[in-house]
Design a protein around this ligand. Sequence first.
Ligand code: ZN
Length: 336
Amino acid sequence: MSSALPFAVCRLQGSVPGPRTVVFGGTHGNETTGVSVVKNVLEALGLPSNPPAGTHVVDGVRGALYFGIGNPSAVARGTRGAGGPRDLNRCFHESFFSDPQAMASPDERRAAELADLLASADYFFDLHSVSAPNARPFVGITTRTSRHDAICASLPVSIVLDVNRVLGRDVGIDDPAIDQTPTTCSWVNRHGGVGLCYEMGSQDDLDSVPRATRDLLRLLEACGSVDHAFSERIGVPDLSLPTADAPANYRLTHCERNRFKGFQFAEERFTKSWTPVKKGDAIGRYEDGEIVRAPDDGLLAFPAGVHTLSRNPSLFYLAKQEEKTPRDRRGARTSA
Ligand SMILES: [Zn+2]
């Protein structure tokens, strides 16, 4: 692979062998807490952070550790994407890279700049946040293997959510040929790495920055990218905080599409992620009286913010709990 770095990405080079690990904040440009985590780590090391750039030999790093801003144009605009029809985190699919019309989008061009780096990563941690207040941190994945489980066990989160296939439908990616939600992480996973999206919590929760920095350092130690002395140099408090119980695994199974008929949630609890629901529960109703019900038992996920109901293509998602054992340990499967 060429040694040229994409714009707004730096490489911390270890003096001992180790994995190739990539960390991004700002894959969604309006999620600035992840950008703060990346900047804080680089500033603590005395390295350029605005933007991250260059290759630096750093004590305590093993292998190569990349820090970057996922979508710098979107960060500069303060918007989720850089203006294309799909934001960067929905751009990672081979069919888009070979489509000249798709490549006209600034988000798709940024994806193409990052594609080789992410394809070569052993580990990739993408830092995101949500707009809903009081949101619990969780991990999003698109492939679940024992390697994903091992890494997630080092994090104090209660939910690991497999978003594959279902999440992309909110941007109209319904093409059966696109069998993965085309996220940064799914691109890493499809090229043999372990990619996960760490949802740090609410965008306006300033405590999420030191908390996510601490959790990121745990991830980096767990995957062998840094030693503990490196983490101590960054100087985040509570580094030895005990981990929570092993997180529970869920999978998105349903996206409730908005039919734009004046939907309102029936109860306040349905406006929050991770509310348990039973099949048939009336989640809300349209102005014409049509009731929208939970299609199954599970947890309600990503309800549309009440101020976005007139334009958000999805109303809510449903997540079902998964088996304890990841797919690669269940033995041969006879059907898909
Ligand atoms: Zn995001």
